[in-house]
Design a protein around this ligand. Structure first.
Ligand SMILES: NC(=O)c1ccc[n+]([C@@H]2O[C@H](COP(=O)([O-])OP(=O)(O)OC[C@H]3O[C@@H](n4cnc5c(N)ncnc54)[C@H](O)[C@@H]3O)[C@@H](O)[C@H]2O)c1
Length: 448
């Protein structure tokens, strides 16, 4: 009978009696599972990686944004456990799917992780269950791909079970905005689904924004990330332009952002990194192409951002050239390989491209990153050197790819080594050995 299933689940959610399952316990799933548990729900995390489920059951956190004390408290209180046994999904009242959504080599969406997770959910789907997809994906995934798989055995979405999409907007390393205080967008395949999914989040996070459909919710996330990719592409192009015109792009941006309206600062860098911004816009352009629409901004931003590692390498060549050195045989030391400041995540990190391009030209590469002790890439597997040893002996050039707050910039600048600064990490310094990504190095001045 319509209405019965949702009121019963709503009651269980409101009383915190609903059992919540989270599939995929990575950067998104683990913080979310802990928030559900902290909100009073009994939570089971599901992952194919037994090392992760064992760590959670032992109260150990492997995600820097998840405090071990909070995770441990939830585990000890019996509100959080983890398993690789997908057959237990049938015991859950609500299931959040947080598995990866990478691109194939052809830049087409790879939905294989979602499909595997949904197959597991479908195998034990029962009346009254709420299924929410959180993985970033193209508009239409929930109703075109997930819904038919779940309905295949005869249960109907929005009446027998509930189905919604809620994009994850977490920003790893951000201390101010976390899973709990980032507003949660929710769109169901029908009103009943939106209502129960919104209720689950309302019990867990500070603010919920309901939208009219799963497609709107899917598109919201892609608009947000495309907005970033395109604006970063614009500012990276401006940086290249400023370089040609001997203008310091960061000085320009810092002055422009004093405008109190109509301008939002984005910053240039060695290229895009992370699991979202370099990937998500291509989910959108792929889907738009199916409707005969070419997303020109996305393609152009992809080209500009993708060319930044090569631009950085040109700055290294310039720096070595000033010292009458060739790239081949020169020792180039990279500061920071994670994709952004103060995180260990190095997925899609542009530092890897900078390293590969320099290595291809015959440079001897080393690196320092307190967050990334080893680089497991097949082509350049090596270990981080302690910062204290990075300048002994002095390399021929240093490239700052990631501006971790732990780095000792003063010692680096004072060493006199040529430094290519792709992040404006050395904005407080004026020294002839600093080569900024764009604009001339300032005239020689004492460094204190
Ligand atoms: N990392 C971010 O900053 C971020 C932010 C917002 C949205 N997202 C999106 O969230 C989703 C997850 O990203 P993530 O960064 O947490 O990925 P992740 O790689 O850190 O974690 C994914 C987890 O899913 C597990 N997994 C894979 N297939 C599985 C399966 N069939 N069953 C159970 N577990 C499975 C993996 O073992 C892994 O632990 C992606 O769609 C991503 O685009 C990520």
């Amino acid at each position: 009978m319509p209405g019965t299933a949702d009121s019963s689940l709503l009651d269980r959610i409101q009383a915190r009696h609903a059992r919540v399952g989270v599939i995929g316990l990575g950067y998104v799933g683990l913080p979310l599972a802990v928030e559900f548990a902290r909100a009073g729900f009994s939570v089971t995390g599901f992952d194919v990686d037994g090392a992760k489920t064992s760590a959670i059951n032992a109260g150990k956190s492997y995600i820097s944004d998840v405090a071990e004390s909070e995770l441990g408290e939830c585990v000890r209180a019996g509100r959080l456990n983890a398993t690789t046994d997908m057959s237990l999904l049938g015991e859950m009242d609500a299931i959040d799917i947080c598995v990866p959504t990478p691109l194939r080599k052809t830049k087409d969406p790879d939905l294989s992780y979602i499909v595997l997770a949904v197959e597991a959910v479908a195998a034990t789907l029962k009346n009254g269950q709420l299924i929410i997809l959180e993985s970033t994906t193209y508009p239409g995934t929930t109703d075109e791909v997930v819904q038919p798989m779940l309905e295949a055995k005869g249960l109907k979405a929005d009446s027998d079970f509930f189905l919604a999409f809620s994009p994850e907007r977490v920003d790893p390393g951000n201390q101010q905005f976390t899973t709990r205080n980032i507003p949660k967008i929710v769109g169901g395949v029908g009103d009943a689904s939106t209502k129960v999914a919104a209720a689950l989040y309302a019990a867990t996070v500070n603010h919920v924004v309901s939208v009219s459909s799963t497609r709107v919710a899917e598109m919201v996330k892609l608009l947000e990330n495309t907005f970033r990719a395109v604006n970063i592409g614009l500012v990276n192009e401006i940086a290249q332009m400023c370089h040609k015109m001997d203008i310091d792009v960061w000085e320009v941006i810092n002055a422009a952002k004093t405008k109190p309206f109509g301008f939002m600062p984005f910053y240039p860098g060695p290229g895009l990194g992370g699991h979202c911004i370099p990937i998500d816009p291509f989910y959108l352009s792929w889907k738009a192409r199916q409707s005969g629409f070419e997303c020109r901004f996305i393609e152009l931003a992809g080209q500009v951002n993708g060319a930044m590692p090569e631009f950085v390498v040109e700055r290294v060549i310039d720096a070595l050239n000033e010292a009458r050195k060739a790239v081949k045989g020169s020792r180039v030391h990279v500061y920071g390989v994670a994709y952004k400041r103060d995180v260990s995540d190095m997925r899609e990190s542009p530092a890897l491209d900078v390293i590969a391009l320099l290595a291809r030209r015959g440079a001897e590469i080393s690196y320092t990153d307190p967050w990334v002790p080893t680089l497991p890439e097949a082509t350049h597997s090596f270990e981080s050197i302690d910062e204290a040893d990075a300048l002994r002996p002095l390399p021929d050039c240093v490239v700052i790819c990631t501006d971790h707050t732990a780095f000792d910039w003063k010692t680096l600048v004072n060493s006199g080594v040529p430094i290519v600064d792709t992040r404006d990490a050395l904005r407080a310094f004026t020294a002839p050995n600093i080569i900024r990504l764009s604009g001339r190095a300032a005239p020689v001045a004492a460094v204190n």
